[in-house]
Design a protein around this ligand. Structure first.
Ligand SMILES: C[S@@+](CC[C@H](N)C(=O)[O-])C[C@H]1O[C@@H](n2cnc3c(N)ncnc32)[C@H](O)[C@@H]1O
Length: 277
């Protein structure tokens, strides 16, 4: 149902789902520091709506001044929320000492769909020594990659010491001896000569300015013979997560992988050696 609602000096024709998405984002920013439970409810609701939005609706949300005026703050709140709920899952796994404790993770299926797509997409590059920036307290993607590629070693980097402490526990419990966890900020690392693959996580650089710094840093320091990959939000995923502006990669051979089955984020593959073609 269409409704005319006043926003500042203009009126907008807006359908319910656009209005609902915008209201959830606004409320999330308003309550972020006071109620984890309400935030969980809001994001649970939002994540369901996102998958059904079409391009016109996504565009309308992004142009809505109620959303555009809070976009970066909202992305920071979403990133903090993702971190906190992963810390909770990692702590549960560490306390239980069992892999199965991860089954209660609300986004497990999302991740699995995305990880299978990412493993398939990067298989032609035959990486043996990867570094994963922003692997998290529950490095589920690095674990998935290591299990899908026996012999692949992955250095999981996180800027949060507590996340690293828990990630080491999780990696031990999941029995992934080829995974190493390192506490560092992605922007403090510049020697990638040892690696044949570099994966830069979705929330490494959340604000536009931070994301630009991350992209510039990695395109400058990762050697041309090393595969460089950025996770980036796409489609309705850009409402909740940061994306890499492709203009930042002008002059650098890159490819945004189309049609990610998980719909919300995909990979930008920077292959300056042409090894994957
Ligand atoms: C929540 S996790 C998500 C990744 C998820 N665990 C996976 O396996 O796909 C994202 C992590 O990125 C880390 N992070 C964000 N910015 C970073 C940076 N500049 N350097 C290193 N880690 C960073 C955060 O601390 C957080 O733990």
């Amino acid at each position: 149902m269409e409704r005319r609602i006043p926003v500042q000096s203009r009126t907008w024709d807006i359908d319910d789902s656009i209005d609902q998405v915008v209201r959830i984002c606004v409320e999330a920013v308003q309550i972020a520091s006071v109620s984890d439970l309400r935030l969980e409810q809001l994001f649970g609701e939002l994540d369901k709506i996102l998958l059904d939005l079409d391009d016109a609706q996504i565009g309308a949300v992004r142009q809505d001044p109620r959303y555009s005026s809070i976009r970066e703050r909202f992305h920071l709140i979403r990133a903090e929320y993702e971190y906190r709920r992963e810390m909770a899952v990692a702590q549960t796994i560490a306390d239980a000492g069992r892999e199965a404790a991860a089954d209660q993770f609300r986004s497990a299926d999302w991740y699995e769909i995305a990880q299978a797509f990412e493993v398939r997409s990067l298989a032609p590059y035959r990486c043996r020594r990867m570094i994963w920036l922003g692997a998290g307290p529950f490095p589920t993607s690095a674990i998935y990659f290591a299990r899908a590629n026996p012999g692949l070693s992955i250095v999981c980097v996180d800027c949060d010491a507590e996340a690293c402490r828990l990630a080491k526990e999780v990696v031990r419990i999941f029995d992934c001896p080829t995974l190493e966890v390192v506490h560092a900020d992605a922007l403090d690392l510049s020697d990638f000569s040892y690696y044949d693959g570099v994966m830069v996580g979705l929330v490494v650089g959340v604000t536009d300015a931070d994301k630009m710094r991350v992209v510039e840093h990695y395109t400058r320091h990762v050697p041309p013979e090393t595969l460089l990959v950025f996770r980036t939000a796409v489609s309705s995923g850009t409402i909740i997560w940061p994306s890499v502006d492709l203009c930042l990669l002008d002059g650098v051979p890159h490819r945004l992988l189309p049609d990610p089955p998980q719909k919300l984020y995909s990979l930008i593959v920077v292959d300056r050696s042409g090894s994957g073609s």
